[in-house]
Write a protein that binds this ligand. Sequence first.
Ligand code: C2E
Ligand code: MG
Ligand code: MG
Ligand code: MG
Length: 290
Amino acid sequence: QAKALGKGRFIFFDDSMREQLMANLNLEHELRKALREQEFTLHFQKITDLSHDQENPQTLGFETLLRWQHPKRGLLSPGAFLEVAEESGLIIDIECWVLASVAEQLQRWDHEGSHSNTFVSVNLSPKQLHHKTQVKQLIEVIHQHFPSPERLILEFNERAFVQNPEQSLQALKTLKTAGVKLALDDYGHGISSLNYLSNYPFAFIKLHQSFVKSLNNNEKNLTLAKSLHELGDSFGFRLVAEGVETQAQLDLVKKAGCDYAQGYFISRPQAADLPKEVNSDSDDDVIDCA
Ligand code: C2E
Ligand code: MG
Ligand code: MG
Ligand code: MG
């Protein structure tokens, strides 16, 4: 524990804090190397459209999920490194890489004639919204890689807005004007302000998996979801259920009026298959994000 001693505000680090600090510094160092040496990779999870017939479900698109192929620790999910990536500011460069790679993936899919007209969504850090200059830079990156960004969805969770709601709202409006769609991630988990539904320009509200899981034993949450669907009709957003793991949950989210769903029951996140004619060793398109 750190102790503030009176007005002098001396902070003592004990051994476990020192270890944590060293571990984070080391992780930051490794993350820089990971960017240089292209150790990041992307998984994609299908988002399915519930409004069409059961036999032939349509795909809305794919959510991009960042992975790190760590040289020693294997394939890591964002939970293992996101905090340090954000605190160090490296997340901005990492997400630039993500956006560029997603654009390449869309081009590959178009080239093979697969997944035409599907959306692709990218999770972004709150950091992307906190300063006007950052937003401007983000839009430059987007326009550089997506000549027409209407198939791009940017996901933010409410962590992005609590700190500075005014600036965030302004940033979201600017992003929308730049041609992307916006999604509010993990709704129904934290504060879940109604203000985000009515005044923020979201095209999609994504219901957090804990909320989705509560539907089977919480009649009130089911009612809440139905009402959210109706609000969506007036405010212009669609509801996406996250973390659907069973047929029963799929039935429930349909009953609740969700327009789209994703989850292990529908499809696990997975690497995009490279088309046959592309040699994965050829790496001539080096992405410049610095
Ligand atoms: P998220 O955006 O809410 O993504 C959904 C998470 O739930 C993913 O975890 C996904 O693998 C997992 N998931 C999908 N279906 C199911 C299911 O049926 N059951 C369960 N239990 N889990 C399911 P993942 O890939 O570990 O990502 C965790 C979070 O990391 C994401 O949550 C997102 O907030 C963040 N993230 C991912 N990629 C990026 C990125 O490029 N930048 C930033 N800033 N954050 C990212
Ligand atoms: Mg997400
Ligand atoms: Mg989520
Ligand atoms: Mg409807």
